[in-house]
Design a protein around this ligand. Structure first.
Ligand code: GDP
Length: 302
C-alpha cells in the first residue's frame, strides 16, 4: 500500500452538551449513579433516605459530548420547610433539564409515571428515560425484561452504564461545551466540605441527629499546607450536641477524620480540619437559617 494515510481534514464532530436530571424518590440510588457516571465521589451516598439536600452537579466529557448531570434531592411530599424547599428544587431541576432520568429500583419495577410521582401538574417538556437501579438485586431474566422499556443499571457491578451513557449522548442537544472538559464538578470546594461532613454524620450518628445536622465553613485557606479549613457544625438541640461530640470527643473526632480523608482525596492535598459545634434551635424550620445555609429563599415565606 503506497497511498498516504488519510488526513483528518473533515470538521470534528459537532459538540453536544446538555443537562440531565436524575430524578426519583429518596434512596433509589441517585447519588450512587451520579458518582458512577462521572467516575468520582462527588455526591454523598447514604442508606438513610433523604440524605441528599442541595443538588450536586457532576460533569463527564468524552469526545464531542459533555454530560452535565444534576443529582436532585428527593421528590417528597412536603413535610417541614426544608423538605418543601427540596421538593421545589427537584421540580425546578426537572423542568430545566434537556433530558430526565427517572430512577426506580429494579426490584420494585415497573416504574410509576414520573408526572404522578412528582405530583407535577403536567408532564415535563424534556424526554424521560426510565433507569432501573440496583439491577444486581434481580435475576438476569428480569434484567432482560426491564431492558425492553428502560435501562437496568447497577452501581455495585457497574453494569448497564455504557448503554445508558450512549442513549443519553444521542439525545443531548448540539450545543458547545459549557464547562472545561477537565472539570468534574461545578461547585466550590466549600460545598463539598459541608457535604462530606454531612455524609460522615449519616455514617456515624444514629437515626435522628443527622437530619438535624448541618455545617458551615468559616475559614478556608487553600494556599496553606496543609489546607486549613475551619467549620462550625450545627445541631438543633443540646442533647444532639452531646451525641455529636460523643464520649470524650470520640465521635466528633472520627467525623472530622472521615471528612478530612475524603477532602484530601478530592483536593489531592493534605488538609487540617478544625470543627466547632453549636446549637441552632429549629434551624430546619427557620427561613433565615435555611437562607444562610444556601437553601434558596422562597419569597412566599419571607
Ligand atoms: P439517593 O437517596 O437516591 O441519592 O440514593 P443513594 O445513592 O444514597 O443510595 C441509597 C442506598 O442504595 C445506599 O445504601 C446505596 O449503597 C444503595 N445502592 C445504590 N446503588 C445501588 C446498586 O446499584 N445496588 C445495590 N445493591 N445497592 C445500591
Amino acid at each position: 500500500m503506497t497511498s498516504p494515510a488519510p488526513q483528518d481534514t473533515a470538521d470534528p464532530a459537532p459538540q453536544r452538551c446538555g443537562h440531565i436530571a436524575l430524578a426519583g424518590r429518596p434512596n433509589v440510588g441517585k447519588s450512587s449513579l451520579l458518582n458512577a457516571l462521572i467516575g468520582s465521589r462527588l455526591a454523598m451516598v447514604s442508606p438513610k433516605p433523604q440524605a441528599t439536600r442541595l443538588p450536586v452537579t457532576g460533569l463527564r466529557t468524552e469526545g464531542n459530548v459533555q454530560y452535565v448531570f444534576h443529582d436532585l434531592p428527593g421528590l417528597l411530599d412536603p413535610g417541614y420547610l426544608l423538605q418543601e424547599r427540596l421538593r421545589a428544587l427537584a421540580l425546578d431541576g426537572v423542568q430545566r433539564a434537556d433530558l430526565i432520568l427517572h430512577l426506580h429500583p429494579a426490584p420494585d419495577a415497573p416504574a410509576p409515571d414520573l408526572t404522578l410521582v412528582a405530583g407535577m401538574p403536567a408532564p415535563p417538556a424534556a424526554p424521560v428515560l426510565t433507569v432501573y437501579t440496583k439491577s444486581d438485586l434481580v435475576s438476569p431474566e428480569r434484567i432482560a425484561g426491564l431492558a425492553q422499556d428502560g435501562f437496568p443499571v447497577s452501581t455495585t457491578t457497574d453494569s448497564g452504564l455504557v448503554p445508558l451513557l450512549a442513549a443519553i449522548a444521542q439525545r443531548l442537544p448540539l450545543r458547545p461545551f459549557e464547562y472545561d472538559p477537565d472539570d468534574l464538578g461545578t461547585q466550590p470546594v466549600r460545598f463539598f466540605v459541608v457535604e462530606y461532613l454531612r455524609e460522615a454524620a449519616f455514617e456515624l450518628l444514629g437515626d435522628e441527629v443527622p437530619y438535624a445536622f448541618t455545617a458551615e465553613v468559616d475559614e478556608f485557606r487553600e494556599s496553606s499546607d496543609p489546607v486549613y479549613i475551619r467549620a462550625t457544625l450545627f445541631v438543633e438541640r443540646k442533647t444532639q450536641k452531646g451525641i455529636l461530640i460523643g464520649d470524650r470527643g470520640r465521635t466528633i473526632k472520627e467525623l472530622g477524620r472521615l471528612s478530612r480523608i475524603r477532602l484530601e482525596e478530592l483536593l489531592g492535598q493534605r488538609v487540617y480540619l478544625e470543627t466547632w459545634v453549636k446549637v441552632l434551635p429549629k434551624w430546619r424550620r427557620s427561613p433565615a437559617a435555611l437562607a444562610r445555609f444556601g437553601f434558596p429563599v422562597d419569597t412566599k415565606e419571607s
